[in-house]
Design a protein around this ligand. Sequence first.
Ligand code: ZN
Length: 150
Amino acid sequence: MKADNEMSVKDYFLLPKTPRPDLKRRIAVLDQVFSKYIRLRDADSRGYCRCITCGRSEPWKEMDAGHFVSRDRKAVRWDERNVHAQCPHCNRFRAGMQFLHGRQIDCLHGRGTADMLMQISRARIKVSLFEVEHHIVAFREKTKKLLENH
Ligand SMILES: [Zn+2]
């Protein structure tokens, strides 16, 4: 017989969802790791990046990792095709020059990629801590490889 203090499966699922304070903190870490990776990926052998939208060339540390579809859309927030080295001026003051960024994405990753990213971004996904940790490890590894080859 079931004890009174034992919780049924149904009760368990009715419990209020516990907040995940860790998740926000780890997403912030992932954003930093990802941004560094993108800027190094787009840098030349001297460590300079060309802005995806205006072509200005600056040291990677002075560039932003500019999103084509906004970071708010989690489905493409860490999609490498959606993010490129961009000068702070274009990224912050010219609304990311989204149209031009989209055209460049099609040149770099194939025609229709920008549209596809837009479509993917409409999915309302919930990011799990597991997924975030996985991305952190993966992008740190990719960054390490880039630095070895620079
Ligand atoms: Zn620019």
